[in-house]
Design a protein around this ligand. Structure first.
Ligand code: ADP
Length: 329
C-alpha cells in the first residue's frame, strides 16, 4: 500500500472535511501518498484527482460541506462505468480507496471492492440511517443545528401562542425527527417508523391550549411527507383552535460548523480507515459501536434497515411525546 485515494459522495455532511483531513494526515504520517478525488463517483470516472498534502487540508477541521465536493452519479450502478473508474485508479497507481458517504455511496464502494480493489467506507450522512454504526459523521452537528433553530422558532411561537410545524431532514429515517423532538422539548414527532394519529395530535394541541401553554411544536420528518401536506391534514377538519405555522428547515441542516463530537468521530474514523488499509483490511465500513471503533463488512451492513434506538422511543413515550402508533411490519 503506497498510494491511497479519498472521496466524498452523495449528500454532504458536516464532518466530511475533518475525515479527509485525518485520512490525509494519518496517511502521510505512515509514509503513504494521498490523492483526493473531486466530485464523488463522477469525478472518479472523469479522472478528476488531485494530490493532497498536509497543507491542502489545513484548517479543514472547522468547515462543514466537503472541499473535495460531491455529486450524484446515477450511472455508477452500471458495471461498465465501474470498470472505467477502476481504470482511472489504475492509471493513477492507486492501491486503496476510502469512500465517505451514505448508503448509496457505500454500495458504490462495495461494487469497486468486488473487483478486488481494497476499499474502506466511512459513514458520512446526517440522517443516521446506516445500519451497523451507532452514529454517522455529521449527525451530531445536524442535531445541534436543528435544536438551535427550533429553540428560535419556539421563542416566536410562544410570543404569539402559535403552534409550529417544523419539517426536518432524514430521508427515510425518523432519527433526526425523534431525537430533536426530545431535545427541543417539542410535543409531537411525526416520523416514518410510526403511523401518525391526527386525532391524538389534535388532542395534544387542545389540552395544551386549555392548560394555557404558550406554544406547541410538531416535528415532521421529511420521510413521512412534506410539512405543507401535514399542515393540510392537521387543519382540514377545523378542529385545531390555535394558529398553525410551518417552517421547513431545509439545507441549513447540513451546514452547521462540525461539533466536537463530529470532529473527533471523523478524525478517529479517518485514522482507522488508513490503518485498516495498511493492515490489509478491505470491503468494510468503519463503525462506532458503544463508543468503540469497529470494521464491519459491507455485506453485513448494506441493504439492512436501521431501527430507531428503542430506549429513545421509550423515553419519548414516557415523557409524554406523541409519536403515533407502531407500524406493523
Ligand atoms: P448517499 O451516499 O448519501 O446515500 P446516494 O444514494 O445519492 O447518496 O448515492 C451517492 C452515489 O453513490 C450515487 O449517485 C451513485 O453514484 C452511487 N451509488 C448509489 N447506489 C449505488 C449502487 N447500488 N451501486 C453502485 N453505486 C451506487
Amino acid at each position: 500500500m503506497k498510494r491511497i485515494a479519498v472521496m466524498t459522495s452523495g449528500g454532504d455532511s458536516p464532518g466530511m472535511n475533518p475525515a479527509v483531513r485525518s485520512i490525509t494526515r494519518a496517511g502521510l504520517h505512515k509514509g503513504l501518498e494521498i490523492f483526493g478525488i473531486r466530485s464523488g463517483y463522477q469525478g472518479l470516472v472523469d479522472g478528476d484527482l488531485i494530490p493532497l498534502d498536509s497543507h491542502s487540508v489545513s484548517g479543514r477541521i472547522r468547515d462543514a460541506g466537503t472541499f473535495l465536493q460531491t455529486s450524484r452519479c446515477p450511472e455508477f450502478v452500471k458495471p461498465e462505468v465501474q470498470l472505467r473508474a477502476l481504470k482511472v485508479l489504475e492509471q493513477h497507481r492507486i492501491d486503496g480507496l476510502v469512500v465517505i458517504g451514505g448508503d448509496g455511496s457505500l454500495k458504490g464502494a462495495r461494487a469497486l471492492h468486488s473487483y478486488g480493489l481494497p476499499v474502506i467506507g466511512l459513514p458520512g450522512t446526517i440522517d443516521n440511517d446506516l445500519f451497523g454504526t451507532d452514529m454517522g459523521i455529521g449527525v451530531d452537528t445536524a442535531l445541534n443545528t436543528i435544536i438551535s433553530l427550533v429553540d428560535m422558532i419556539r421563542a416566536t411561537a410562544a410570543s404569539h401562542r402559535r403552534c409550529f410545524v417544523v419539517e426536518v431532514m432524514g430521508r427515510g429515517s425518523g432519527y433526526l425527527g425523534l431525537m430533536t423532538t426530545i431535545s427541543t422539548g417539542s410535543q409531537v414527532a411525526v416520523i416514518p417508523e410510526f403511523r401518525m394519529n391526527i386525532d391524538s395530535i389534535v388532542e395534544v394541541l387542545d389540552s395544551r391550549s386549555n392548560a394555557n401553554h404558550n406554544a406547541s411544536v410538531i416535528i415532521v420528518a421529511e420521510g413521512v411527507c412534506q410539512g405543507a401536506e401535514f399542515m393540510q391534514r392537521l387543519t382540514e377538519n377545523g378542529k385545531v383552535k390555535q394558529e398553525v405555522r410551518l417552517t421547513v428547515l431545509g439545507h441549513v441542516q447540513r451546514g452547521g460548523t462540525p461539533t466536537h463530537y463530529d470532529r473527533l468521530l471523523a478524525s478517529r474514523m479517518g485514522e482507522m480507515a488508513v490503518l485498516a488499509l495498511i493492515s490489509g483490511e478491505k470491503g468494510s465500513m468503519v463503525a462506532t459501536v458503544n463508543g468503540k471503533m469497529q470494521l464491519r463488512d459491507f455485506d453485513e451492513i448494506l441493504d439492512r434497515r436501521k431501527a430507531l434506538p428503542g430506549d429513545a422511543i421509550r423515553l419519548a413515550r414516557n415523557i409524554g411525546i406523541e409519536i403515533g402508533d407502531v407500524v406493523e411490519s
